[in-house]
Design a protein around this ligand. Sequence first.
Ligand code: SF4
Ligand code: SF4
Ligand code: SF4
Length: 336
Amino acid sequence: MDLNTKSVIRNAWRITSQRGRTCLRIRVPGGHLPAELMTDIQQIAQQYGNGSVHITTRQGFEVPGIRFEDMAAVNRRMQPILDALEVAIGVPMGQRGSGYPAAGTRNVAACIGSRVCPFANYDTTALAARIERQVYPNHRHLKIACTGCPNDCIKAHLQDFGILGQTDVQLDAARCIGCEACQKNCKARVTDALEMRHGRPVRDADQCIGCGECVLKCPTGAWRRSATKYYRMIILGRTGKKNPRLAATFLEWATEEVILAVLRNVYPFIETHIDNRLPKEHLGYIVDRVGYETFKNALLKGVTLNDKAVVAGELHFAGYRHRPQTHEPRHEPSGR
Ligand code: SF4
Ligand code: SF4
Ligand code: SF4
């Protein structure tokens, strides 16, 4: 069967190691899947695939072993899944029955968030859905993940954009009994941002990362999360052969509207600066070429920052690159 591989990839099917067979990719924005869709995925895998389902690292499913000639039928069979996971959250999906319209921008992943996890500072799946609506479909390669607190269970530090929940904790001193539980926990497990003075905890705002653990530790409910939700945006983390590295902090204490406005600015930056001679250039390598200042200015173009937001003056990456002569990893200098 003749196959236009470019159009297959753009429609989110995978080119596989098996001749004549492909692999269906299914996005699950935010990682919460309505249970009834498991039946649809099972039926596709059994009827068209090899009977197995791979659970991907970015919270999707891949159904391997599908014959090229069955792709159109599977695209039609996918419509209930697309309706429930994409159309229902307002993502424009194009012609019905024709599958995914793009593959470049990957599924917006999220940790389990406040629907389940007490550490979460926000509903990660709801934000992932908002982002999905804004960024998908798009052919440009981009990875985004949302995580409810700095524990970063979704590994946002390995994405182009990671969004970590922050809360500006507030103390009701009248409820505090001076037990020191919050201070001891912050010192042992977090950033040592609390100091006991006159029997009450005092927060060093420069040290506090807004994780919200003090809220959970307090036996009297003296600490509470702020009504406004804040976010730390970390950028340009990546895996890969050339130069893997952890994401670096770009924004702290930014509101949701700021985060969304910044993400809207990414695609015009890519279109302006990407090297189209390459088959694919990942965002981090584009920024390595053009420099952080150019990228920062593009991301913040037209964005009104909230008062509390802090923008990084420079990026501090932890990573390494390989030197072909010695094969010894060279550690990334800070401030690159
Ligand atoms: S990152 Fe935080 S909020 Fe998300 S699952 Fe882990 S501990 Fe819970
Ligand atoms: S929010 Fe986190 S870092 Fe800040 S004081 Fe509470 S436990 Fe410490
Ligand atoms: S845990 Fe609560 S009661 Fe104990 S010192 Fe901290 S704020 Fe006060």
